[in-house]
Design a protein around this ligand. Structure first.
Ligand code: SAM
Length: 199
């Protein structure tokens, strides 16, 4: 990570501090009903842990992956539920193996920060690694997003996204297009797919 990039992520974590868990994660957790015994989740690009805390609160064991040391430091400074089973992992999404027995892979606003070949390889690993009944929750970006064309990122058309999800049961597939601002205050056109998929 460059110093500039790390500083930029640190500003992002400050800005979004104390935000509630993402609704894609909540939908996935709710869809499991009772937390399964020995439930294990993987959060890819966990940031300072807005989703991780909710999974821990509901009794999931969580492997939380991020490439920014500041993200994992902030996550561990949060008040964690008693008996929280948290394994922070400093790694790039492109390289991290799927832990054995993982039932839920959550990646909120992080997978598109991989370049296309790595994104597809990561998605293949997720699909293969999840057991039947396991779920993926998270966001992918579409080509009408203002960031389209940025190096090192992946954008998928609706049909491409649906093709990657083919064979999974889509519990949420919502396409959002909206003018707004980034957490850092820059005007932006968002084109996002909000996804919850069950294998
Ligand atoms: C937009 S933030 C989202 C954080 C959190 N999931 C949320 O919903 O608030 C993206 C996170 O992914 C991490 N990240 C970006 N690229 C990554 C990569 N290639 N490998 C691991 N983490 C990465 C960043 O450090 C950052 O914490």
């Amino acid at each position: 990570m460059t110093k500039d990039k790390s500083a930029s992520w640190a500003a992002y974590y400050d800005k979004l501090r104390d935000r509630p868990p993402r609704r894609t994660l909540l939908a996935a957790l709710d869809a499991f009903g009772e937390t399964p015994p020995d439930a294990l989740a993987l959060d890819l690009g966990c940031g300072d842990g807005r989703d991780v805390i909710e999974m821990l609160r509901r009794g999931w064991r969580v492997v939380a992956v991020d490439s920014e040391p500041a993200a994992l430091a902030r996550l561990q400074e949060r008040p964690l539920p008693p008996d929280a089973a948290l394994t922070p992992v400093l790694a790039r999404l492109e390289e991290v193996p799927l832990p054995l027995g993982v039932r839920l892979v959550n990646s909120s606003f992080a997978m598109p920060l991989c370049e296309p070949d790595a994104f597809r390889a990561l998605w293949d690993r997720i699909r293969e690694g999840l057991p039947a009944g396991g779920r993926f929750s998270g966001q992918w970006y579409g080509p009408k997003d203002s960031w389209f064309g940025r190096p090192g990122m992946t954008f998928l058309g609706r049909d491409e996204a649906l093709a990657l999800l083919d064979g999974m049961h889509l519990e949420m597939f919502e396409e959002e297009e909206d003018d707004g601002v980034t957490p850092r205050g820059t005007a932006k056109h968002w084109h996002i797919f909000h996804i919850v998929a069950r294998k």
